[in-house]
Ligand binder design. Structure first.
Ligand SMILES: Nc1ncnc2c1ncn2[C@@H]1O[C@H](COP(=O)(O)OP(=O)(O)OP(=O)(O)O)[C@@H](O)[C@H]1O
Ligand SMILES: [Mg+2]
Length: 367
């Protein structure tokens, strides 16, 4: 089966047997490839690293740089539809592929989501509440911005941050020159610190015909700026759930999303909902869906990207998902011995500190 290369995006759908091209080789790509295989799809993983978690579970993979046009052309030739498991793909790569094959989500969505200032500007432009923020281009600008914003606030690199990397909290006594250096000394965004009651996220899928399906909002607890635990579903007032879901629907529609979108949220003590950031792909806070929902986030992602009807997002259990970070993974034997635990490991050889090595999901009856 091969797609018509002259009409890259015409709402085409792809049946089992087609090949999904996945840019990126991390655990999100790995679990997507596994879900795709279960539905009878082939996957082809494109990743610059050897022995990536996703390449380990797919029959076909390409190890090449994201700007290697020869490798990208061969990849585009082999696949029917292209998607991404992370958003830090160069614009030129996404556009090159989109010119050859249907690429979902569209490159402009990656462009927005891969830069925090663009992302916040987009959210503000459609009236979605976000914390106060300001662009900062150098130390002098940082001094002015902190004076205007007030402390505490958070300085983040505008691009390439994940798991809290490139972020510095500016407290009463923080030296700004030092903060600028620790952030990476590149274009930054200064954000007012949100005194949140809890952090939550909503994952929404949107199909080629605009159909949407949402997973219930979950609570996310961080440790050392890395997601530690997801509690599903979150305990929230019905009105808070309704506004979180409304925001997710609005964003997905405004973006013209085809695929999956995770919306990270701050819930204030008054129950107000602010958007922290967006991820147009499967998300760590959706891993619980693999063991606890009729359709996992990864299967849903495959369905959306292939233009198939979306599946039921209904949970059959409540769940707590815990990440195994760095040496935590050494506990795998204990986890296996726990009858209530489901172990997921990502095939990463080296357990560096802060590295996500796997996760454990514990199910409990819905109360
Ligand atoms: N403005 C803010 N106010 C309060 N806490 C914040 C703020 N920005 C970030 N944080 C805290 O830092 C965490 C990581 O921030 P953010 O999501 O922006 O970065 P990230 O590096 O992309 O993280 P991840 O990859 O885990 O999503 C947030 O989940 C939250 O706990
Ligand atoms: Mg985040």
């Amino acid at each position: 089966m091969s797609a018509d290369t002259t009409s890259p995006e015409r709402g085409q759908s792809f049946a089992p047997g087609a090949t999904i091209g996945i840019l990126g080789g991390g655990q999100l790509g790995r679990m997507t490839a596994l879900a795709a295989a279960r539905l009878g799809f082939r996957t082809h993983v494109f990743c610059p690293d050897h022995d990536s978690p996703a390449a380990q579970v797919t029959a076909v993979s390409t190890v090449a740089a994201y700007d290697d046009e020869e490798a990208l052309a061969a990849f585009a030739d082999d696949v029917d539809v292209v998607t991404f498991e992370f958003e830090n793909i160069p614009d030129t790569t996404a556009e090159f592929l989109a010119a050859h094959k249907p690429t979902r989500p569209k490159p402009h969505i990656l462009h927005i989501a891969q830069q925090r200032l663009r992302e916040k500007d987009f959210l503000a432009s459609i009236g979605v509440p976000v914390t106060r923020y300001q662009a900062v281009a150098d130390v002098a600008a940082l001094h002015g911005a902190v004076a205007a914003m007030g402390r505490p606030c958070i300085l983040k690199s505008a691009q390439f941050g994940y798991d809290g990397k490139g972020q510095v909290r500016i407290a009463g006594d923080t030296d700004l020159r030092e903060a600028w250096r620790r952030m990476g000394g590149t274009l930054g965004i200064l954000e007012a610190e949100v005194d949140f009651a809890l952090e939550a996220s909503v994952i929404i899928a949107r199909g080629i015909d605009g159909e949407t399906a949402l997973y219930p909002p979950v609570e996310n607890r961080h440790r050392n700026h890395i997601l530690d635990e997801t509690i599903a579903p979150a305990t929230l007032a019905p009105s808070t759930v309704a506004s979180a879901e409304g925001i997710a629907r609005q964003i997905a529609q405004e973006l013209g999303l085809v695929g999956l979108l995770a919306v990270e949220l701050f819930i204030t003590r008054k129950g107000d909902v602010l958007v922290n950031e967006l991820a147009p792909r499967p998300h760590n806070s959706g891993h619980w869906t693999v063991d606890a929902c009729v359709t996992s986030q990864f299967e849903q992602f495959v369905r959306a990207v292939c233009g198939l009807p979306l599946g039921s997002t209904a949970p059959h259990s409540a769940a707590v998902m815990k990440n195994l970070i760095g040496d935590d993974v050494d506990r795998w034997r204990d986890v296996l011995a726990d009858p209530g635990a489901k172990l997921h490991l990502y095939g990463k050889a080296e357990a560096r500190p802060g590295r996500k090595m796997g996760h454990v999901t514990r199910l409990k009856p819905i109360s």
